[in-house]
Design a protein around this ligand. Structure first.
Ligand code: ZN
Length: 609
């Protein structure tokens, strides 16, 4: 015991400032749930057996469950927050405040035991606070058994009944879901508007409901013959005995379980060669059927694109489900609204499917690191759309850069380390998480080179799949791949609102040479690529590494002559270089012609005669 203490003490000293350490561990859950849904009044009853493995080095005296559906009640944290935001999500607005008792959502726990013995619990909004009868020791496994009942809210946000396209049930965040406990402690965040975090584990879920309903969702159906699921052709009804049917799903190594159900669903199945089976469930509505058919081969291309660029999709199925109120990613499936133009339908599918990698498989805590989830997803799905839809846009990420530039000058920017629900404006959250998050990745390609960025993404997937990576974990992978130190990049970009602005200050003729002086105007330092074009139309580049990179990137344009100059220490506001040709031979000088460095003021980036 004493030896162990000494070891922990030393590790503690060296890791005190890190966001994560090398002794990674994560909790494990195994859910068995049986749920009976009444499709008349949208109320349901369930039992839940949860085997909880405490893989942490800590003794736990309490646990927490999320009860997300309680957010859909007048006076809830979600309701009051929406009423007080300057730019509330129009899907929420004041709608929660107007829900009647028959329309609200709720999740009520009616009994809870730990290894068979009743324990104390208390509901506080969207969180169930549980005081354990006996503490859970490190390495110990306990079983929590629960009875619960719920009511599906009118569709307001993400989950609900009778969405605007007529889908009966969009069942996301619908069950008592134990909160994650990790090296930072408990993540029992209230459900306010967005972002989820869950514990990795296995789900065995049996859903019993009206036999005329078709279900899609997380996991693999265990009793397809009994259901007729996957065998019926569109428009035909499978004869099912009795009033209700039970659908049995198993999902392994996921951190959530979502489903949808509707009596009018059409169901198409597409097998990806050497990949998963894709399921498409959408309304039998003649206005959307053609788009949903055309979406299917595009979805195959998309899953192949992501598998190639990030890592192989690891589950045996993926479902695109019409439901919800926009697009939202879940384990092995997405819920999207379906009455869209074809481009929009493919676009939303691309984005939500990319989340299978950057949210689901690489399960960052999206409440804390929303930019790793939305930003990385936006980056890869934008590139995927460019390819799959044959957009042939060499600057397909430009829109994301522009979103960031608008944020940077808006006056409402907050650092990306802001908790997802704690932004002063929804717009600031959106631009920070999606646009600035995507630029983080794209611009990293400018810092370490595009090849190293591609390698970093793949190695990040391999090292962190089925875990909860943090920003520092991603940074470490990029450092190991590139040999370039990146703490300055992660810190300035994600923990501050410092901006990048480099300019050409002066170009002076110096006998037969030219002296160029560059200045750093923005607070955030960067390496600088300078391109010089001569009167004979030849171009050469000069590369100024930032001193604390302690390394250099490869020549981004190998066909062009490049000179590596001495490092620029960030403390020095200006940097001068000398070119061995007279000023009269220079046609133009430009900083970063690739425009992947997010310089907020391009007007001072070029000089021309
Ligand atoms: Zn997203």
């Amino acid at each position: 015991m004493i030896k162990k203490f000494v070891f922990v003490f030393f590790v503690g000293i060296f890791c005190v400032v890190a966001q994560n350490n090398t002794s990674y561990w994560q909790q494990q859950v195994d859910y068995t749930m049986k749920v009976d849904m009444n499709v008349e009044n949208f109320q349901y009853e369930g039992t839940q057996e949860l085997v909880y493995s405490n893989n942490s080095p800590d003794t736990l005296h309490q646990v927490f469950y999320h009860l997300h559906f309680n957010a859909f009640q007048p006076g809830s944290e979600m309701d009051v927050r929406s009423l007080n935001l300057p730019d509330p999500d129009p899907r929420v607005g004041n709608r929660v405040s107007k829900l009647t008792p028959e329309e609200i959502g709720y999740l009520k726990v009616s009994s809870l035991t730990q290894n068979g013995k009743p324990i104390m619990y208390k509901t506080e909004g969207t969180v169930l606070e549980v005081t354990l009868g006996k503490p859970i020791l490190p390495g110990e496994k306990v079983t929590f058994s629960m009875n619960f009942n719920g009511q599906v809210p009118l569709q307001i946000r993400r989950s609900g009944r009778n969405n605007k396209e007529g889908i009966a049930l969009s069942m996301t965040q619908w069950y008592p879901k134990i909160a994650e406990y990790d090296f930072e402690g408990w993540h029992a965040d209230p459900y306010i508007a967005r972002e989820f975090h869950g514990v990795w584990g296995n789900f065995d879920v049996t859903l019993t409901l009206d036999k005329n309903y078709i279900i899609g969702g997380t996991g693999t159906l265990q009793n397809p013959q009994e259901i007729g699921y996957g065998y019926e052709s569109p428009g035909t009804t499978v004869k099912r005995k009795g009033k209700k049917l039970s659908w049995h799903f198993i999902a392994k190594n996921v951190h959530d379980f979502a489903w949808t159900a509707d009596p009018d669903y059409l169901h198409d199945v597409v097998k990806v060669p050497n990949g998963p089976t894709l399921h498409f469930l959408y309304k039998n509505n003649k206005n959307i059927i053609d788009n949903w058919k055309d979406l299917q081969p595009k979805t195959v291309e998309l899953i192949n694109y992501f598998s190639e660029k990030i890592g192989k999709y690891p589950y045996e199925q993926y479902s695109v489900l019409q439901g919800g109120d926009g697009g939202m990613e879940y384990a092995m499936c997405t819920l999207i609204t379906g009455e869209r133009s074809f481009g929009s339908l493919v676009g939303v599918t691309a984005h939500e499917m990319a989340h299978s990698w950057f949210q689901h498989i690489l399960a960052t805590n999206e409440s804390k690191h929303e930019w790793m989830d939305e930003g990385f997803t936006s980056y890869i799905s934008t590139l995927a759309m460019n390819e799959v839809m044959k957009q042939n846009n060499p600057n397909s990420l430009r829109g994301l850069y522009n979103g960031y530039y608008q944020l940077a000058i808006s006056g409402i920017e907050q650092p990306q380390t802001t908790q997802a629900d704690r932004y002063s404006h929804n717009a600031a959250y959106g631009a920070s998480a999606y646009s600035k998050g995507a630029v983080f990745l794209s611009q990293l390609g400018y810092v370490i080179g595009e090849d190293n960025l591609a390698k970093t993404i793949k190695r990040y997937f391999n090292e962190w799949k089925f875990k909860h990576p943090t920003p520092n974990d991603f940074k470490r992978v990029a450092e190991k791949v590139s040999g370039i130190q990146l703490d300055w990049y992660l810190t300035d970009w994600t923990q501050t609102t410092n901006t990048i602005d480099y300019g050409i200050k002066e170009v002076v003729d110096n006998n037969n040479t030219t002296k160029i002086t560059i200045e750093r105007i923005g607070l955030m330092p960067m390496p600088v690529d300078i391109y010089v074009e001569y009167n004979d139309s030849t171009i050469e580049s000069f590369y100024v590494p930032l001193r604390q990179m302690r390394g250099e990137k490869e020549n981004p344009i190998p066909s062009m002559k490049r000179t590596i100059l001495p490092d620029w220490p960030w403390t020095h506001p200006t940097y001068s270089l000398e070119i061995s040709k007279p000023k009269s031979e220079i046609k133009s000088i430009e900083i970063d012609i690739t425009k992947t460095m997010a310089d907020i003021n391009p007007s001072n980036n070029a000089f021309s005669e």
